[in-house]
Design a binder for this molecule. Structure first.
Ligand code: 4UV
Length: 534
């Protein structure tokens, strides 16, 4: 195995709340923790901490505490931070739900997670309420942050000014959050991350990401996803920086918010880098406040990254992570001037990695430390205090992903160089990333098989004209059936969240399968990579 080239960091044996807010310096209390990028409203650390405690008090009075799961389904607004940390402060577990989900998708997560209470916002209430009521969650347990008839609002709960409860749990084993990820195969599963996992990943990321209290950090990446949750809601707040929230991506609004709020540090996924490098609108805004753009969640093309750096006159960084790793495991250090963007940087402190042949499990040879050689490619496995406890209620998937010695299969093919930098070469697992959002092929395949004209189907990720991944379906029609690609795409669109839309369709005679009936995605990918007619 190889280990992080960085010295270990200390990981306090504390809850997320105690780590982030327990020892806050009095001089930090009046700093601004959150700015609403849409309205400009400000929340100080003092106010945020007061709200977190008041919400924990209200939750405790409603009987919510250790052992309960509360769903949080909202876009990036400042109140998200209050509710997220309030749930954890009350000792309950937060399951964060993608704001783009339809009622069926929300219901599936609420049921699987065993959620008994839900926080949402009024524009998302129709689908949230349909899902909650189907799961038997009563209306008084569906809180609408900004208020709606028949439901409590966040201010109703806060105005009760109840003291936070005394809760006790072991940070190492108590599940703080249950984000959903399909991992290396299958449908989305609840990823059990303990308080220690989240605390560890904040401490591990601090030296690499270089955030400081004077940073104004644009929070456009969704808080419900582990990237936004750890890097923005936890890490940025632990540094006493200021988060500027943006509920959804829109290029003009994104640029306006950076300009008007003088944002200094901007976390993105690669499709935003495409816009920053190429779109003419970028020249119309003053982005001189930005010192760093940090990309993660999908591969960043190095040339594209450099183009952004040059156009904005800032530094570009890349990290790599996975929900099951809480999520950050690799990052190009903030301080690494002139670092090449062709890697995801070095392994975070307190972590060990292995690269193994996915067929044989044999470990590759690692280059000598400091040499400019590169190892052979193989599957990346990671171990450390940020590795998940397991998948909720799914021992089989946990066993397949997590080795007994604590190493987690990432499902990504990587190499390591003598300087410790890791390069992600390709994805071995079936997961598709659309704009950094997870799309599970298994879910779309099951849906397509329910279409009356379809005999068999497989879904993989292919690259669009801008080099970004999009879901493509290979479809075998039932004998005598006729349906157009457009009609099929429209049928899927009606049934899934927008990021899961099928954006390409090919009609084929058969889906390549192994003897055991597993779809040979490798063969479909290889056929895609071969130009037609060759
Ligand atoms: O589980 P997930 O949706 O998780 C993420 C997390 C990404 C983060 C988070 C914090 C960071 O600081 C950061 O740099 C990145 O996306 O999806 C995990 C899978 O996404 C792909 C890879 O296949 C993971 O297994 N992925 C994530 N980052 C990269 C990537 C990357 N930089 N290059 C290539 N693939």
């Amino acid at each position: 195995m190889f280990t992080s080239p960085h010295p270990d960091v200390e990981i306090p044996d504390l809850s997320v709340y105690d780590t982030l807010f327990g020892g806050i310096a009095p001089s930090d209390l009046d700093r601004i923790a959150l700015r609403d990028g849409t309205t400009g409203a400000e929340t100080s650390y003092r106010q945020l901490i007061g709200q977190i405690n008041a919400l924990a008090g209200a939750l405790a009075a409603a009987g919510i505490g250790v052992g309960d799961v509360v769903a949080l389904h909202a876009p990036n607004v400042p109140a998200f931070a209050t509710v997220f940390h309030g749930i954890l402060r009350a000792g309950a577990t937060a399951t964060t739900v993608n704001g783009l989900y339809n009622a069926e998708e929300i219901e599936a997560q609420l049921r699987d997670a065993g959620a008994t209470m839900l926080f949402t916002v009024s524009p998302l209430l129709p689908q949230a309420w349909a899902a909650a009521s189907a799961c038997g969650i009563p209306s008084d347990r569906v809180v609408v942050l900004d208020g709606a008839e028949g439901h409590a609002s966040l201010s109703d709960l806060l105005l009760r000014r109840l003291p936070a409860p005394d809760v006790s749990f072991d940070p190492a084993t108590h599940v703080a959050v249950l984000p959903y990820s399909s991992g290396t195969t299958g449908r989305p599963k609840g990823v059990m991350l303990s308080h220690r996992n989240l605390v560890a990943n904040v401490q591990q990321s601090i030296p690499q990401l270089g955030m400081v209290a004077d940073d104004r950090i644009l929070a456009v990446l969704p808080f419900f996803h582990i990237y936004g949750m750890t890097v923005l809601l936890n890490l940025a707040l632990s540094r006493r920086a200021s988060l500027v929230t943006m509920p959804r991506f829109d290029l003009a609004e994104f640029l306006r918010i950076i300009q008007d709020f003088r944002c200094s540090y901007v976390f993105i996924a690669p499709p935003i880098a495409v816009a920053l490098a190429k779109h003419p609108l970028v020249d119309e805004f003053d982005l001189s406040s930005v010192h760093t753009i940090f990309s993660g969640a999908a591969p960043l093309d190095a040339t594209l990254g450099r183009a952004v750096e040059e156009r904005l006159g800032c530094r570009m960084r890349q990290g790599y992570g996975m929900t099951e790793l809480s999520p950050v495991s690799h990052a190009i250090a903030f301080q690494a001037e002139g670092a090449s963007l062709d890697s995801v940087g070095t392994t975070l402190p307190n972590m060990q990695c292995r690269i193994v042949d996915p067929e044989t499990g044999a470990e590759v040879d690692y280059p000598a430390e400091g040499s400019d050689e590169e190892s052979a490619a193989g599957e990346l496995l990671c171990a450390g205090p940020n590795v998940m406890l397991g998948y909720l209620g799914n021992e089989e998937a946990t066993r397949e992903t997590l080795e007994d010695d604590g190493f987690l299969h990432t499902g990504d093919i990587a190499t390591v160089r003598g300087d410790g930098t890791v390069r992600i070469i390709e994805r071995l697992k079936e997961l598709i990333k659309y704009h950094g959002y997870q799309v599970a092929p298994a879910e779309l395949e099951a849906l397509l098989l329910g279409h009356p004209a379809i005999a068999d189907a497989a879904v993989i990720g292919v690259l669009d004209d801008e080099g970004q991944e999009v879901p493509k379906a290979f479809v075998v029609l039932q004998p005598g059936q006729d349906v157009t690609a457009e009609a099929l795409m429209a049928w899927v669109t009606e049934r899934v969240a927008p990021h899961k839309k099928i954006r390409r369709v090919a009609f084929v005679d058969a889906i390549p399968k192994s003897a055991s009936g597993k779809i040979l995605r490798k063969d479909l990918r290889a056929a895609e990579a071969t130009p037609a007619g060759s």
